[in-house]
Design a protein around this ligand. Sequence first.
Ligand code: ZN
Length: 228
Amino acid sequence: MNRAVCLLSGGLDSAVCLAFARRDGYECYALSFDYGQRHRIELEAARLVAESLGAAKHLVLAVDLRAFGGSALTDEIAVPTSRSSEEMSAGIPVTYVPARNTIFLSLALAWAEVLEAANIFMGVNAIDYSGYPDCRPEFIEAFERMANLATKAGVEGSTAMRIQTPLIRMSKADIVRLGRELGVDFSLTRSCYDPDADGRACGQCDSCVLRRKGFDEAGVADPVGRCL
Ligand code: ZN
């Protein structure tokens, strides 16, 4: 069976991406990061999602990005709330974590090489997103080129590494529809950047706003608490 490393945050997009990889017949090795994120509760969501979608293994790797800080997700900086889509599309918000996807993909690449997996799946999205530079197709394409230069498997030509981002050009509503079609249990997923002590979504951060927009436009009820 074809192996794939699937980056899994515990949010909506990465869950749908994992379900997509499973549907395509991959044996999936799910990878999450305990990076000092404010919304650490997503790791429990990731565990449940990996289990429910039949991942072969789920690994949570600790990489303390709070040591650098520099983001509202990893530092004492307030998470912006109630922003309009115009505000979201104007510039890079403080919830951007410096070089996060480069770091995550690099670690996924290392695991993929050990597993002899030729595919890495990542649920990045460049349509309904928060303006992060490392969610763009240009970045993914450049990383894929680099991956094939950087690895033993790439240089020896035994396997060409592919970074698969099936959601990259989809709207959030399309992602919700695809998730429903693939049988993703949305109630397990968590998207909020700034949940309360009980893990309930704030309903106002960019991630909550985008999630709500996606469910609303898809005409699907979001089973997760205050994201409704
Ligand atoms: Zn929120």
